[in-house]
Design a protein around this ligand. Structure first.
Ligand code: GLY
Length: 369
């Protein structure tokens, strides 16, 4: 697949599978051909949710039909609340009723919830069938559609049930951003800033010059930024598909971020919570001498330039409690990701007492939101 003025292709090599991510503007019409080239098969089941399907379902299904597929839809109610065992069970029954075989394909059309649930359906049905991810949100494009993590939530916690199941292709059409509410787009910028801090000084500078949610970026600049994020994620998952080491760096900002998210009962967006966690860890790291004060300030300034929250007034005991119940904790220690300078991070294994010290150092001085 060659690069064109409006689209670029990124190869993602992982231990279990190598696949292509196509990123550009106005490329939903390529879903059929790319699916045909990468998956083959007879039937394509388009799994989507009730907001996205009316927006983009027709174009994607027409493209699949034009590529010779018998196309069947499976739609569930939009929202994180649908990311549960009931939806998973219903979707599995739907694809079974459509009699999809191991040679057929699931096309996941939507944001992070859709990619996670449809990916898990693909991982489980017939012990695994192919899935093409067609992310329509910024968060799904730069993070969840790449790397093969699939999951649903259960009452005991978010993403507690899942599988690593790599897609056969990812098709990210930035034209879909035009239907995303500004606040949701802004929220997702938290993950983009996280990527810049952990691996890409040039991206950080680009965002400093023009915030991603400023409305001042043209299609090409936006597509370049999305592609840059996918390359960052690609480099990490290619080195560590199953999160044994390097992939943990993608959790930058997530230890405190997840705790804040849980403390707000998931009423504050994930990217906003990551932004808070990122700034808190940067402030604490500066005070511990792990990074400079300038680095911490630059991170906070970039977060603020994107109109994202940068601190929290939640009680430190509460943050500590939620953070130590994180599913990524191993034994009595917790691995945190520390920014050392812009574009570089390190992993540190710390005790619960050290985590509390970092929370005390990083949280509460700005006291917002
Ligand atoms: N979102 C973090 C990861 O994919 O590992």
């Amino acid at each position: 697949m060659t690069d064109t003025p409006n689209a670029t292709t990124i190869e993602v090599p992982t231990t279990s599978k190598t696949y292509l991510c196509r990123v550009g503007a106005h490329i939903l019409s390529q879903v059929g051909n790319i699916t045909r080239e990468t998956c083959g098969g007879t039937k394509a089941c388009v799994v989507s949710e009730s907001h996205v399907m009316p927006l983009y379902g027709m174009e994607v299904m027409d493209s699949l039909k034009a590529a010779g597929y018998q196309v069947v839809p499976a739609v569930f109610p939009a929202g994180e609340a649908s990311k549960n065992l009931t939806t998973l069970g219903e979707l599995l029954e739907t694809v079974a009723n459509y009699e999809l075989t191991r040679g057929d394909v699931i096309v996941a059309l939507g944001g992070g919830v859709t990619g996670d649930v449809a990916g898990l359906v693909a991982a489980l049905y017939l012990r695994g069938i192919k899935v093409v991810q067609v992310p329509t949100s910024l968060l799904a494009m730069v993070d969840s559609s790449v790397g093969g993590k699939t999951a649903i939530d259960i009452p005991q916690g978010k993403n507690l049930v899942g599988a690593f199941w790599q897609p056969s292709a990812v098709i990210a059409d930035i034209d879909c951003f035009k239907t995303i509410p500004h606040e949701l787009f802004t929220d997702s910028c938290g993950e983009v800033i996280k990527h810049a801090v952990l691996a890409d000084l040039e991206l950080f500078k680009t965002l400093q010059k023009t915030p991603l949610n400023s409305g001042e970026l043209d299609e090409r600049a936006m597509a370049n930024i999305v592609a840059r994020n996918i390359r960052i994620k690609r480099d990490v998952v290619a080195a560590d598909e199953r999160e044994q080491g390097l992939r943990q760096t993608l959790n930058l900002g997530h230890t405190i971020g997840h705790a804040v998210e849980a403390a707000y009962h998931f009423k504050l967006g994930h990217g906003s919570c990551v932004a808070i966690g990122l700034c808190a860890m940067a402030r604490a790291s500066a005070k511990k001498g792990w990074c400079s004060q300038e680095t911490a300030q630059a991170i906070e300034d970039l977060v603020r330039a994107h109109q994202l929250p940068y601190d929290t007034k939640i009680d430190h005991e509460v943050i500590e409690e939620y953070a130590t119940h994180d599913k990524k904790r191993r034994g009595d220690s917790i691995t945190i990701v520390v920014p050392t300078k812009i574009g570089s991070v390190t992993l540190r294994k710390i005790s619960r007492a050290e985590l509390r010290e970092l929370i005390d150092l990083g949280c509460g001085s700005g006291r917002q939101p």
